[in-house]
Unconditional design. Structure first.
Length: 162
């Protein structure tokens, strides 16, 4: 069971939307991204009438849930990419796309690069990149994709070979 969004604090009133157990929205996004990429069962133990804004953003995102619910896909795993400079979590989906969670565990915002050849031996030189949290196509990228990731946040994308 995950606590994404924060309901369930000890002593919390039903009308309060507190962040429990004290995580930031970025940390909730990272938590939910990693649950989705590994295909872990997602059990929500809260009153859906009291969803916080971050709960709505994360828990009912149909594109992220599709990654989690891809029953034909092997659960995702951690990969070192770009000569070990970065660590990402990736899952090859049954539709041929690659879902990639790009977390920043550091205490400063960082630009993280994902080299396509490091993921499942991809031979595609060009990938279409889609941001799942923002539901936006980001364009076509050759050999790699770089993105600035905020502190304790995770950028969650799909890569589609072109």
């Amino acid at each position: 069971m995950i606590m994404t969004g924060g309901q369930g604090c000890k002593g919390q009133k039903p009308t309060e939307a507190l962040h429990c157990p004290g995580q930031t929205d970025n940390e909730y996004r990272t938590e939910f991204s990693l649950y989705a990429i590994v295909g872990s069962p997602i059990l929500i133990g809260t009153d859906i009438r009291n969803f916080t804004a971050i709960m709505k953003e994360l828990i009912i995102n149909d594109e992220v849930l599709a990654v989690n619910q891809d029953e034909k896909a092997v659960p995702g795993d951690e990969y070192k990419v770009c000569g070990g400079k970065s660590t990402v979590w990736a899952r090859k989906l049954s539709n041929g796309k690659i879902a990639v969670a790009i977390p920043n565990y550091g205490s400063d915002a960082n630009t993280i690069e994902v080299c396509f050849a490091d993921l499942f031996g991809s031979t595609a030189k060009t990938m279409a990149v889609r941001d799942l949290w923002n539901k936006q196509d980001l364009g076509n990228f050759q050999t790699s994709y770089s993105v600035k990731v905020n502190v304790h946040d995770t950028v969650f994308v799909t890569l589609t070979p072109q």
